[in-house]
Structures are given as structure tokens and as C-alpha cells.
Design a protein around this ligand. Sequence first.
Ligand SMILES: CC(C)(COP(=O)(O)OP(=O)(O)OC[C@H]1O[C@@H](n2cnc3c(N)ncnc32)[C@H](O)[C@@H]1OP(=O)(O)O)[C@@H](O)C(=O)NCCC(=O)NCCS
Length: 341
Amino acid sequence: MLRQQDVGHRIVVRRIVGIREGRPLFSDALGELVELTETHLTLSTAQGQLRVPVAQVHRAKRVPPTRRPTAAAVVALERAADEAWPAPSRGQLGDWLLRAADGWTGRANSALPIGDPDRPLPAAVDAVERWYAERGQPPIINTPLPLAAPVGAELDARGWAARPPVLVQTAPLPLQPSAASAPPDNAPVARRTPATAGQAGTAVADADAVVELAAAPSAEWLAVAAGRKGGLPEAARHVLTAVGQVRFAHVYVDGTLLAVGRGTVTGQGRWLGLSLIEVLPVARRQGLASRVIHELAAWGMSAGATHAFLQVEQHNTAAVALYQRLGFATHHTYLTRVAPH
Ligand SMILES: CC(C)(COP(=O)(O)OP(=O)(O)OC[C@H]1O[C@@H](n2cnc3c(N)ncnc32)[C@H](O)[C@@H]1OP(=O)(O)O)[C@@H](O)C(=O)NCCC(=O)NCCS
């Protein structure tokens, strides 16, 4: 049977899905074990997340990984991602990073436990708890898996909660062209004007609707970010702008900001990072997000980036579908762990 050490690893589960003529019917599922509790286990499969009650599990075991990135590749990407979302208040615990940004976003307000914390694991977690307590913030640790599975097991033992899994996805540049979008130049986009917003299916081409990339976000852009991430404290501006190579994508139509996105180039110039991709509900499914991403990718390549990465919650099916179409695949996952009150 499975143990906490198996979290973050690939497993196969044979489960009982019914009974026919007095005999159990089995079904096999293969995927990464993202959660294991006394009552159920959660698998990340190619088809999405699968929650299996322990009572239904006939047999389960670990299987060898497929094309798993090396630990060094995960560390390099996590460090590039940290550089792309820089918390203004920072500390170190050996190799571990401690980050705080007035509570704005989990990523900028969490410890990143990669490498050696220079002390035994329980003492390292104690030190993380103290660092956040001194700042009046809840202790949070982001555990990339399976790299930080031992940290995850320690946090399980301490009763830390886990937020839904986040997929760290990557794609080589250039991205796959998407049929409905990304014409070679900054050509007109299909859109619904604000005047007709809300009338489903009303889409018109507008010769002036282009993706503008700016070195700084507009006030409207920041308002979208505030809406998505819950406010915009001073530290948020630092997180968004304190990167050497950064661009803010804006798509305005008749003075209304319909779509936004943010691109960074970090990790010794290798990685284009995509964040805050968002389209107003009335303007969705018209190719705007794809266009924003393609424009940021073109900028990233001109700055020397060879690959793109992003972080997306596994249950965000719209975004996962969008990214899959552009050629993104999951590199690794992470869990945001929060200390009990
Ligand atoms: C995810 C989001 C950015 C997509 O924006 P969009 O402009 O509607 O996306 P596009 O029109 O470029 O979609 C391109 C393709 O992605 C896929 N896709 C996009 N939204 C989808 C959805 N809701 N369901 C299924 N597939 C979807 C489709 O394949 C789509 O092509 P199609 O319309 O020809 O079928 C938008 O839904 C959004 O703003 N969501 C809230 C913010 C968010 O979650 N951002 C991502 C954070 S990581």
C-alpha cells in the first residue's frame, strides 16, 4: 500500500468500480500521487485529477517515472520563477528561500525549500515558522514535487494544509501556432465591443485592437491584477515590476482593457515567464489570450529566451486547455502548504 513518501511519485491504482455477478470489477488509473489521506488519495492523471476513496483501492504501487525532469532542472526552473516574481522581503535558510510581500500572492509569501537548509528538517520548518511569525504572516511553504516530498511528509506530520496542486508547465519557443489566433503580424483581432458586451456571439474585427507591450503596467492593467489577486499593496508593485526584463501586455478596445498578460525573461536569459494572463469574461473565446501569449513569446525570443514557463492551478480547465494548445506540458507540480492556526 502507499505511504506519505509516495506523494509526488507516479503510481498505478487498481480500484474496484463495481460488482458484477458477485465479482468485483476493476479499473486501473495511472498518474502522480498528489495527496494521500486516511480516507482518500488524489491522482494527477493525463485526463485530469482523480480522487479515489481508500475503500475502493484494491491495490496501489509506485511505478517508474517517465521522462521526469532532473532535480537540477526543477531547481533551475524554480529559481527562474522566483526571479520572475520577486518578493521584496527576502531571507535564506541555507539554500532555502524565505519570501514575503505583504501577503500578496502565495508564491511571494512562501518559503521555497529547495537545496540544503543547513539544519535538520524539523529545525528548518521551525525556523520558517519563526520567520513568518516575526512578520505577522501565516507560515507558507511551496513544495515542488517530487523534489520536496520529504518536506511535504514533515508538513503532513505537523498538520499543515495543502492548497490545490499547481502545475508548472513549459514549452519550447516558438510556441505552437494556434489556429484561431497569432497571425504573423499584429493584425486585427476578432472581438466584441464594450457596447455589445454581454451579447453572446457578437464578435467583430477591429483594425485598431492590437496587443501593446509596455515596460510598465497601466492603471487599468494594475486594476485587473488587483481584482484577480485580491488588492494591490505596495509590495505588489515590486513583485510585478522589479525584474530586469519585463513586459506588460495590454489589449484596449475603445478605451476598455479587454486582455492583459505579463512576460519576464529570467534564469540567465533562458526562460520566458508568463503570468497574469486574463481576458474580460465578455471577450473570452475570441483568441485574445492566445494573441497576448504569442506577442509575449515573440518579445521573449527577441530577448534571447528559448523556453517558456507558467504556473497554473490544475483545476483551471480553461487555462490548461489554452496552454496545452500552445504546446505547454507539465514539467513538475507544487503544493502550497499552510501552517495550521
Ligand atoms: C484562461 C483565459 C485567459 C483564456 O482566454 P481566452 O481569450 O478566452 O482564450 P482563447 O480565446 O485564446 O482560447 C484559445 C483556446 O484555448 C482553449 N480554451 C480557452 N478557454 C477555454 C474554456 N473555457 N474551455 C475549454 N477550452 C478553452 C480552446 O482550445 C480555445 O480555442 P477555441 O476557442 O477555438 O476552442 C480566460 O478564460 C481567463 O481570463 N480566465 C480567468 C483568468 C485565468 O484563469 N487566467 C489564467 C491564469 S494561469
